[in-house]
Design a binder for this molecule. Structure first.
Ligand code: AR6
Length: 180
């Protein structure tokens, strides 16, 4: 299943994010930047040690205390088809004093801004926070779509944003609740 929004600038479909041939894929990481399960584990497994080494370097230099929720950093894509990985940390649902939506929106907005800063034109996201971090998928779809649309208004050089949902069912939920 594939759906297009904003004249084809946004594409929503099901698939494996690690297989995307694109300028950057976004990792739903955790504050350590040093790996985990879910899409994070899949990205490090497929991309190899170059990504881990780049994350470790960031921890040893600019981010000794880790990456705050909602912020984003960029590394090589290692052996992935994607040239770069943008790592962001989604909110753990229900643990942010009512700021879950704001922090989830920050993930998308800051990742797209970072891509634009690096003159990238295409970027693919998973549905951040909707696995281990427990964000209800239908709510996350509304937040993600609104945040992406506003970031695209600001960054005219970004040509395409792909939302790559892990199953057909997840893609359907996203499309049903998206607010593009
Ligand atoms: N391609 C696309 N989507 C995927 C893939 C994939 N290969 N694998 C999983 N998903 P999660 P979170 C979907 O748990 O909720 C990690 O341990 C999955 O179905 O990966 O942000 C990190 O290190 C779900 O819809 O990320 C953190 O500790 C979505 O990706 C923590 O999990 C996000 O699920 C982050 O939790």
């Amino acid at each position: 299943m594939t759906a297009e929004f904003l004249n084809g600038r946004i594409l929503v479909r099901s698939g494996d994010l690690t297989a995307e041939d694109i300028d950057a894929i976004v990792n739903a990481a955790n504050w350590t930047l040093l790996g985990g399960g879910g899409v994070d584990g899949a990205i490090h497994a497929a991309g190899g040690s170059e990504i881990y080494d780049a994350c470790k370097e960031i921890r040893e230099t600019t981010l000794p205390d880790g990456l705050p929720t909602g912020q984003a950093v960029i590394t090589t894509g290692g052996r992935l088809p994607a040239k770069y990985v943008i790592h962001t940390v989604g909110p753990i649902f229900g643990r942010n004093d009512g700021r879950d939506a704001e922090l989830l929106a920050d993930c998308y907005i800051n990742s797209i801004a970072l891509a634009a800063e690096h003159s990238l034109r295409t970027i693919a996201f998973p549905s951040i926070s909707t696995g281990a971090y427990g964000y209800p998928k239908h709510l996350a779809a509304g937040v993600a779509s609104t945040a992406i649309a506003s970031a695209l208004e600001k960054h005219g050089a970004i040509e395409e944003v792909r939302l790559v949902l892990f199953s057909e069912g997840d893609a359907k939920i996203f499309i049903k609740h998206a607010e593009f």
